[in-house]
Write a protein that binds this ligand. Structure first.
Ligand SMILES: Cc1cc2nc3c(=O)[nH]c(=O)nc-3n(C[C@H](O)[C@H](O)[C@H](O)COP(=O)(O)OP(=O)(O)OC[C@H]3O[C@@H](n4cnc5c(N)ncnc54)[C@H](O)[C@@H]3O)c2cc1C
Length: 513
């Protein structure tokens, strides 16, 4: 489950301005980051600023990034996007969670769903009741009380219209990244975003402040602006090449540094979840779209040669590859200042966290929303830059910790890669979270953490942490009452299954709308 309050927009005024009025925003880059930024900025404050997007057709976009998390629905709805149209245009499918295969041990699986198991009591999460019930002989897993899990396994989906939160079925999407950028471009241009095609070859800065003044294109054209969004992907043309901002490397925790991606034929049945399949030195993703599967292998180049990695990926597709595998090299970490002078890095230019929990597109969304909160319409203030960078740092670190959790909690004995990760020193923030859960079964959500307690719970339980204790409130029920209550919750969670269409039927019906 995900924290969604980031979309409540509020424009904050900050004193101590360093620059002139912001009348023109230049977005450099036309990948997912560029078009999401241009569209939302135009939608929210388009009457106050002009937005121009510059992109190079010769460079193109990264063309991967197809699995999302539920807050994307809020992004789409703020833009007034019709869901049926979006699903048709981007060949999207429904995502109810991520299935992790072989992460704890080979042969073992669990799903990190977007839902929450059971029904919590005030001061007592549902899992405490379930933990006690296990001691009383209940053999159901936590996931037996999670509607997202039940629908994922049954391959079923529809939007459930119930006011009872116990029947919520939160979803995200898998979509074709290239089609999504093209779809947003149409919306943005209709709203008045100007698009310029061209390769930026040079950049001018103000001599005193170092602020960017203009971009110089290969064609000879000069593009001036007041605020620049660097959406140039891993090239980081403005934030790094021009401003030399610096990067914090997290490779000592997250050892994978390369990925191969390849598309393959779709399966007959479209699964409503992403697959993440662990291998001996990395993991493979499988993303079901309407017209094909997106696949990739994220791996450590210390442990696999590129040829070996490509071979592992191609041998594990389970359907025919329809393109040649493409190689990506990256450094996991974050840009030290994501806002530097009058440049804000959005998307891959701001840092890289591997796609294990599909968080990069969300980081784009949250960067734009943060900028809109702190938008420097009457001048850039150092305090606003500091606040923006403080929030971005926390956000990146929280997601980093959640990803490290998956690697650290493994019991695999088949490779040095997994035993090194199990034995590595983890960030103190993560260690505390793990210890308190293992000792007491307790979960606390850090302020603004994207991942809610149910997400941490599922990954910790799914990868083998069984708490030694549960909350004493669970003891306030008699044995019979507790088991009866859990049985009732389970029945309520199972009820919708009989009426829901299959995921494929749902997609077929929605494409007719
Ligand atoms: C292997 C892999 C798998 C991923 N999977 C997921 C996933 O499942 N879910 C998820 O949320 N994220 C995922 N991501 C991340 C996701 O792909 C990106 O966050 C997203 O695509 C945004 O990319 P971008 O727009 O920042 O960069 P890009 O798509 O690379 O766009 C860069 C743009 O900048 C332009 N440009 C660059 N240099 C210049 C120049 N000099 N002049 C003019 N224009 C220029 C290019 O033309 C292009 O338009 C994945 C990333 C990788 C590498």
């Amino acid at each position: 489950m995900y924290h969604e309050s980031i979309l409540y927009l509020r424009i904050v005024m900050v004193g101590n301005k360093l620059n002139k009025l912001i009348k023109k925003v230049i977005v450099l880059g036309g990948g997912t980051a560029g078009w999401m930024s241009a569209t939302l900025i135009k939608k929210v404050i388009g009457s106050a600023v002009d937005v121009e997007l510059v992109e190079s057709d010769t460079i193109g976009t990264i063309g991967v990034g197809e699995a999302t998390i539920p807050p994307i629905k809020l992004f789409n709805s703020v833009l007034g996007i019709d869901e049926a149209e979006f699903i048709r245009e981007t060949k999207a499918t429904i995502k109810l969670g991520i299935k992790f295969d072989h992460w704890k041990q080979q042969g073992q699986s669990y799903i990190h769903t977007f839902g929450a198991a059971g029904k919590s009591l005030p001061f007592c999460h549902f899992h405490h009741l379930w933990l006690r019930s296990r001691q009383l002989g209940n053999t159901s897993t936590l996931w037996d009380y999670d509607l997202n899990y039940l629908c994922a396994e049954a391959g079923k989906f529809a939007q459930i219209k119930s006011k009872d939160p116990i029947l919520e079925l939160p979803n995200a999407y898998h979509f074709d990244a290239t089609l999504y950028a093209a779809y947003l471009r149409k919306i943005a241009e209709k709203m008045g975003v100007k698009r310029t095609e061209g390769l930026v070859e040079d950049v001018s800065q103000d001599k005193e402040s170092g602020f960017i003044q203009s971009l110089h294109l290969k064609s000879g054209k000069k593009i001036t602006g007041d605020l620049f969004l660097d959406c140039t992907g891993l090239a980081a043309v403005l934030i790094q090449r021009k401003l030399g901002t610096g990067y914090e490397d997290w490779n000592h925790w997250l050892r994978c540094d390369r990925a191969y991606a390849v598309a393959s034929e779709r399966f007959e049945k479209t699964l409503p979840y992403t697959r993440s399949i662990a291998h001996s030195a990395g993991w493979q993703w499988r993303i079901p779209l309407q017209h094909r599967n997106g696949n990739g292998l994220v791996y450590s180049s210390t442990h696999y040669s590129d040829d070996e990695a490509a071979g592992i990926l191609l041998n594990n597709l389970e359907s025919e590859a329809i393109a040649e595998p493409r190689l990506f090299k990256y450094r996991t970490g974050r840009r030290i200042k994501q806002w530097n002078k009058n440049v804000i890095a959005v998307g891959l230019s701001s840092g890289f966290l591997e796609p294990l929990e599909s968080t990069s597109i969300h980081l784009i969304q949250s960067a734009i929303v943060r900028l809109l909160h702190l938008f420097p319409h009457d001048g850039i203030a150092e305090s606003a830059i500091k606040e923006y960078n403080r929030q971005s740092k926390i956000e990146f670190e929280q997601i980093r910790d959640f990803i490290i959790l998956h690697y650290h909690l493994n019991e695999r004995s088949d490779s040095q890669f997994w035993s090194d990760l199990r034995n590595m020193e983890i960030p103190a923030s993560l260690k505390l979270k793990l210890d308190i859960f293992a000792d007491k079964g307790l979960l606390f959500r850090d302020q603004e953490d994207l991942f809610l307690e149910s997400s941490w719970l599922q990954v910790m339980l799914g990868q083998g942490v069984t708490p030694k204790d549960y909350h004493p409130i669970a003891d306030s029920f008699s044995k019979d009452n507790l088991l009866h209550m859990l049985q009732q919750i389970k029945e309520i969670k199972h009820e919708p299954l009989a009426h829901l269409p299959s995921h494929d039927e749902y997609l077929k019906n929605i494409s007719k709308l």
